[in-house]
Design a binder for this molecule. Structure first.
Ligand code: AMP
Length: 427
């Protein structure tokens, strides 16, 4: 029987070098969030469907992988990880001192139409800051993003930002219930304004003119926001939220995050957001590479105490696509790589040389070959981006040496094995 070797539609086999870049992208993320004192959670891939059914929003609910397990439970493959983190928080972390700062890295599944950067299984890395409503907690997420993107040399990104509470407070004033608000925000997210207006026409108090004015507010300099909104007759709650958005974005600017786009027409697909929302965009991709926001009611919705919280999720593959599009993947590197080629079957000596290199931080790939095939292996090393090859033959073994060859400058020399790490740095 002949097996089909293609992966299932929408799923991907991720091979080197992409797999190596994705790993580095995750490792750098973990390094940055740990430096902010966040601790890792590893939630399960399968959850009860009801966990996501309530507040995922129409788009994500429709695209969920839902099935019954052998005991008849209605379960799903997680479409995102925030709901699981909140569930775990309620089950196991309620007694922790707040805010609780958590991070995760994991796969998520959505049955979407596959295209570049949109897969049915993808990886998210995210943080959740649970139990804090302060301006600093919102700001900290952006500081993490600032440091993370700096670690990747990614400077060319913008943060699209709004507060979904502005629109929600208008809808509430007009008598629109929360469920219909979720649908309206879904329409806004998909830019289906006509659909939103059609729905709002059923509400006598809805002020479509005001909605149009609000959704036109867009600026890149936070200092323009008060001016742009001052003539609008808004409910107090909406004005309060605009002032808070102004405060957070001004602080962002003062802390070196200048690439901000305030856009009050902006909404996000997930229905659990209650306040500040944002997405990270880069010029070369027309889809976001990350997104997040404040979800002050979710813990309570799942049966916990009122717990204001915020967080974000970044797409690992999309971060890679952004870096690739900007020609930044070469700089990611995975540390210096050395191809150690041995012409002799002296495993103890080869292991000694390889261990010396590895303890000095060099990725060391060992190959045994014969003189006749040496040229091929050196050619392969060059093609795969190795800067150095280190050769071991009888002569080198006898004198406790190795021959180093720089594949870029073509320099070549025999070196004492203890001096190898320094030689690789210098020549
Ligand atoms: P969301 O909260 O739905 O905006 O997702 C957060 C991030 O996950 C997005 O900004 C993307 O980077 C990533 N993401 C979402 N859906 C997909 C997908 N189908 N394929 C790849 N990445 C995705």
């Amino acid at each position: 029987m002949k097996f089909k070797v293609e992966p299932v539609r929408g799923f991907r086999d991720i091979l080197p070098p992409e797999s190596e870049f994705l790993r580095i992208i995750v490792e750098k993320f973990v390094g940055v969030v740990k430096s902010y004192g966040y601790s890792e959670l590893i939630p399960p891939t399968v959850e009860l469907f009801e966990l996501f059914a309530a507040k995922s929003g129409p788009e994500i609910s429709r695209s969920m992988y839902v099935f019954r397990d052998k005991a008849g439970r209605e379960v799903c493959l997680r479409p995102e990880l925030t709901a699981s983190v909140v569930r775990i928080y309620i089950k196991s972390l309620l007694a922790e001192s707040k805010p609780v700062k958590l991070f995760y890295v994991g796969n998520a599944f959505r049955y979407e139409e596959p295209q570049l950067g949109r897969y049915r299984e993808f990886f998210q890395m995210g943080v959740e800051l649970i139990g804090d409503s302060s301006v600093y907690s919102d700001l900290e997420l952006f500081l993490i993003l600032r440091d993370y993107y700096k670690s990747l040399d990614l400077n060319n990104y913008s943060i699209k930002i709004s507060d979904v509470g502005i629109l929600r407070s208008l809808f509430t004033t007009w008598g629109v219930g929360e469920d219909v608000q979720d649908i309206l925000l879904h329409y806004m997210d998909k830019k289906l304004y006509d659909e939103a207006i059609k729905t709002l026409n059923n509400y006598g108090r809805a002020d479509i003119e005001l909605l149009n004015e609000i959704t036109k507010v867009r600026c890149e300099n936070p200092s323009e926001l008060p001016e742009l909104t001052k003539s609008l007759s808004l409910p107090d709650e909406a004005s309060r939220r605009i002032m808070r958005l102004y405060e957070v974005t001004s602080l962002m600017s003062s802390l070196g995050i200048n690439n901000i786009i305030i856009d009050l027409s902006f909404a996000r697909g997930l229905a659990y957001y209650t306040g500040l929302i944002f997405e990270v965009v880069v010029p070369n991709l027309n889809i976001s590479i990350g997104g997040g926001g404040r979800y002050d009611n979710l813990v309570e919705l799942y049966g916990g105490p009122p717990t204001p919280s915020t967080g974000f999720a970044l797409g690992v593959e999309r971060t890679y696509l952004a870096l690739k599009g900007l020609g930044l993947t070469d700089r990611l590197g995975s540390g210096d790589k050395v191809m150690l080629i041995s012409l002799i079957d002296n495993y103890a000596y080869v292991d000694r040389v390889a261990s010396t290199l590895r303890s000095a931080g060099y990725v060391t790939n060992v190959r045994f070959t014969s003189k006749g095939k040496l040229g091929d292996i050196v050619g392969l090393a060059s093609k795969k981006g190795y800067k150095h090859v280190v050769l071991i033959g009888e002569k080198e073994f006898k004198h406790s040496k190795a021959t180093v060859k720089n594949l870029i400058t073509k320099w070549q020399g025999e070196v004492d094995i203890l001096k190898l790490p320094q030689c690789l740095r210098d020549c």
